[in-house]
Design a protein around this ligand. Sequence first.
Ligand code: IPM
Ligand code: MG
Length: 356
Amino acid sequence: MKLNIALLKGDGIGPEIVDSAVRVLNKIGEKFGHEFVFTPYLIGGAAIDATGEPLPKETVEGCLASDSVLLGAVGGPKWDTLPGNKRPEKALLGIRSAMELYTNLRPARLYPALKDDCPLRPDIVEKGFDILIVRELTGGIYFGDRGYRDGKYGEEAYDTECYSRLEIERICRAAFEAAMVRNKRVISIDKANVLETSRLWRKTIHEMASEYPEVTVTDMLVDNAAMQLVRNPSQFDVIVTTNMFGDILSDEASQITGSIGMLPSASLGATKRGLYEPIHGSAPDIAGQNKANPIATILSAAMMLRYAFALEAEALAIENAVDKVLEAGLRTADIAHGADALGTVEMTDAILAALA
Ligand code: IPM
Ligand code: MG
């Protein structure tokens, strides 16, 4: 297959980790007979510096014309004082929205090799865990009406959470479909004791449940979910939730896997194209120092092969190579506990060697 991939390297460690994933994809191309053609586009702070805009039009057009998109990370202290609509993060929301990527899949599993990195007591994670967070990505408070106004106490700012039935249905459908090929359990996370949007969410998902009789749907309030994730993570299979709750809970889930440097994500919409990115940020403190863990981005590339191109064997080859290097005890600094750590390039070399 010949596949055109748009690269959005972004800021901070973004370029280093995307370069690692490109090396891995090229190796897969050689091994399985595919040709990947990579075209870089500007996004985030790098785009602001070059063009004045965090998400130039050419970037959006390039992504929409590609077969799939691989993204590093955006943001950094240099751009932190810019107004909200000029910040690098705005580009991330902009590209998700422009590509209509309403489904964000964030798998969080405990690697047996990394179980000592898990901050939870061994008896709590004895059974391991394998959670798929299905986060709504183009709606809710991230995209609702916002602004400043004169309020009861003078100047106030507001953001609004709004969900249509259609938006709830399509994200819940993604969760049901994911559950059908996993353990057939969906936990829907909301704040229905307070929020109207959550009550519509609950009503909608239960109405849909009859279409998936094999799947068990349970509701959980978000505050309780935050607690349950550290109390008993193995109770979760598929989690489906709103944009903001998913943002927060996926960071929590990543931490109990040992390191946020390990977690990939896929953002999908109506087309197969999708956008693939690590869930971590641009880590400006270690940028350009060959210290970043490239695994989350490499695993994001594996998700791309699986979801965008239906190349399951190729995706598995990458995932197995990552398992192999971890089993062999190889670590980047985030998971090395002060012991000898490999740099970004050396970890990538090791994964390439494991693929050979
Ligand atoms: C994420 C990030 C983004 C989000 C930020 C950088 C806008 O935290 O992808 O989880 O909140 O969606
Ligand atoms: Mg986040």
